[in-house]
Ligand binder design. Structure first.
Ligand code: CMC
Length: 432
């Protein structure tokens, strides 16, 4: 890759240690620290702030400049000219499809939208008031119990079928998890509809009436899926890679990714944004919440602000904001919650604390607003993120499995007890 190297001089070790440096096509050089183990040393980087965990050709982010590229194409161009399934093809195969390749890919996704009929029965094991993300963690993992013919991870054909099944069935399962929670019958997919239309049909349709899907909402939904499609080695994608590195099947790996996504620091933030706006309740209380966010002794954070990688405007957030404005104007929505969101954005963007720490509104801030305007229930926000991100998870998992990889096995800085002898039960005293 490169003949550059760094030389490390460590107190107490006579010989300097040479560490190779690799250059990618974009982004900072990386230091290969693999050789340190042989010298009795590990590196220490909690939160993986400066650790490249793998080599990848799928997505590139320059957080300082606010750049996001999928296979080299800027997210803004994809959002304007492409659609979700075409972007899925790009992420999976590395190139934009020809018209023929696109038609074939879309056709195959459409053919896989139905789920095994016994999965309907499986849903009955959940409590009626289960959170849809809890259902998704369980049901997606359970797909491995239903589709035994796509579990052989060393077989490229099996991996392809698993990819199609996951991309195609996620909207069906997502809509089922919502229908289950409101006690309505599950809707079968309608394969004559586009990916986003079909999702809205299964979410909001019912068997007694023809579905009436707004083209404005379908376009906005497609864009939301597209903007969430991939984001390089984020927490959930890294989780999928780590689970996959042990040789686990793709459905189990994606279920692990869904679990990692659920947290409020990651995909759960879009739901948390709406909960926060509801808690603020009125424009007059915004200052109070901004002050709390700045208080070191208060664990409260402004949800939808800040990002580990972006120290500039998240380019997805820019596009999402435009979409939010379009949807709100088209639908003529007048919601006090949106007024609070707009004011909060203005205040945070001009506040010294947020400016200094480079805490910009992130994609979840605007996706929460737009999904609310579209009439999507708050509990489904993170599920929708998971539907869109499935292709990214699968693309990274497939990239890893089809290349050379080792089981992911981080080390630690141990600060617990040194070795001590077992104390018999009758001689123990309360600790401390
Ligand atoms: N409100 C108030 N202060 C914040 C916020 C916030 N939302 N985010 C970061 N800070 C402060 C933080 O307290 C710290 O201050 P100090 O340097 O004085 O200790 C500084 O900014 C750096 O924060 P950090 O926690 O070290 O940064 P991180 O990279 O570990 O965390 C984050 C990134 C996204 C988890 C964090 O910004 C956060 O909790 N944001 C709110 C949750 C959110 O919106 N998450 C969605 C992320 S975008 C969607 C996705 O890709 O998943």
């Amino acid at each position: 890759m490169s003949d550059k190297k760094a030389t490390l001089k460590i107190d107490g070790i006579d010989e300097p240690i040479d560490l190779p440096i690799y250059s990618g096509t974009l982004g900072p050089d990386v230091l290969d620290v693999g050789g340190l183990t042989g010298k009795g040393l590990f590196t220490y980087d909690p939160g993986f702030v400066s650790t490249a965990s793998c080599e990848s050709q799928i997505t590139f982010i320059d957080g300082g400049k606010g750049v996001l590229l999928h296979r080299g194409y800027p997210i803004e161009q994809l959002a304007e000219h492409s659609d979700y399934l075409e972007t899925c093809y790009l992420l999976l195969y590395g190139e934009l499809p020809t018209a023929e390749q696109k038609a074939s890919f879309v056709g195959t996704v459409h053919k896989h939208t139905m789920v095994h009929e016994q999965i309907r029965t499986f849903f009955n094991g959940f409590r009626r008031d289960a959170h849809p993300m809890a259902i998704m963690c369980g049901v997606v993992g359970a797909l491995s119990a239903f589709y035994h013919d796509s579990l052989e991870i060393s077989d490229e054909h099996h991996r392809q079928i698993a990819a199609f099944r996951l991309i195609a069935k996620m909207p069906t399962l997502a809509a089922m998890s919502y229908k289950f929670s409101i006690g309505q019958p599950f809707m079968y997919p309608d394969n004559s509809l586009s990916y986003a239309e079909n999702f809205l049909h299964m979410m909001f349709g019912n068997p007694c009436e023809p579905s009436n899907i707004s083209p404005v909402l379908a376009t906005a939904m497609d864009r939301i899926f597209l903007l969430h499609a991939d984001h390089e080695q984020n927490a959930s994608t890294s989780t999928v890679r780590l689970a996959g590195s042990s040789g686990a099947n793709p459905f189990a790996c994606i279920a692990a990714g869904i679990a990692a996504l659920w947290g409020p620091s990651h995909g759960g933030a879009n739901e948390a944004v709406l909960e926060m706006l509801q808690e603020i309740g009125d424009v007059s209380r915004i200052d109070e919440f901004v002050e709390r966010a700045k208080d070191k002794n208060d664990p409260f954070r402004l949800m939808g602000f800040g990002h580990r990688v972006y120290k500039n405007f998240d380019p997805r957030a820019k596009v999402m904001k435009e979409s939010a404005d379009e949807v709100l104007a088209e639908l003529g929505i007048d919601d006090p919650m949106l007024e609070i969101a707009k004011r909060l954005e203005e205040i945070a963007l001009s506040d010294e604390y947020f400016i200094e720490k480079k805490l910009y509104p992130n994609v979840d801030f605007y996706s929460g607003i737009i999904l609310k305007a579209m009439g999507i229930p708050t509990s489904m926000f993170t599920v929708i993120f998971a539907v869109g991100r499935t292709v990214g998870w699968i693309a990274h998992w497939n990239e890893m499995i089809s290349g050379s990889y080792r089981i992911g096995r981080p080390r630690q800085l141990y600060t617990g007890y040194t070795q001590r002898d077992f104390t018999p039960l009758d001689q123990r005293k309360p600790a401390g």
